[in-house]
Design a protein around this ligand. Structure first.
Ligand code: ITT
Length: 202
């Protein structure tokens, strides 16, 4: 498909991320489609660098406007770990392992960061970031959301993201903040404005 300015393609293997992004962008009348492609994930401490590299590669290869979002959970007591290793840590030690890692620490502060690259084929990227600040719960609680949601409590809340549900998360999460910025940027430039239904490519 040739490049056009009416469609943004979100390259992600994570359906939950896609649906959350879609929900945020639809509030702004921006259309988003799901692109299932292998991404090149470089090693870096910076989520922004990781997202930008992957998005620019796919944008050129596919001749499409591509969105890549790299997220991570940064836990203060353990020097910001797992950060860029969040995916690996979740699949290896899981939530119970994370809770064990910080067992006994009084400081349970943590934040999520989302870094989004919006890449235009051969023309670079616009970058957007969002944060959700809070703390790690003592136990995993709740069944909604995904990933670290059962152990993350946003500042000002008493329940985890997984207990609060999608509507809350889509208002206050790191992803909601970052995609809100992307949406306003696109609207100001007339990119991907649409009232049409969002679809998924298989
Ligand atoms: P893609 O890279 O294919 O988009 P991913 O699931 O690997 O999908 P990330 O690298 O952005 O996505 O996420 C790193 C880890 O952090 C991964 O284990 C996610 O489950 C988790 N994570 C990301 N966003 C999250 C959120 O909003 N709530 C809870 N966990 C999240």
């Amino acid at each position: 498909m040739p490049s056009d300015s009416s469609t943004l393609w979100f390259a992600t293997s994570n359906r939950n991320k896609f649906h959350e992004a879609q929900s945020v962008l639809s509030r702004y009348g921006i259309s988003l489609r799901h692109l299932r492609r292998q991404k090149t994930e470089i090693q870096s401490r910076s989520l922004t660098t990781i997202a930008r590299f992957a998005a620019e590669k796919i944008a050129v290869k596919e001749s499409r406007i591509v969105v890549v979002e790299d997220s991570g959970l940064f836990v203060e007591a353990i020097g910001g770990f797992p950060g860029p290793f969040s995916s690996y840590v979740l699949t290896t030690i899981g939530l119970s392992g994370m809770l064990r890692l910080i067992h006994g620490f009084r400081n349970r502060s943590a934040y999520f960061q989302a870094a989004i690259a919006l890449s235009f084929p051969g023309s670079g990227s616009a970058m957007f970031t969002g944060y959700a600040r809070g703390r790690i719960s003592k136990k995993a609680r709740g069944s909604q959301g995904f990933g670290y949601d059962p152990i993350f409590i946003r500042n000002g809340a008493t329940r985890t993201f997984a207990e609060m549900g999608l509507e809350y998360k889509n208002r206050y999460s790191h992803r909601a903040v970052a995609f809100g910025k992307l949406a306003r940027w696109c609207r100001a430039r007339g990119i991907a404005r649409s009232e049409t239904t969002i679809t998924t490519e298989s």
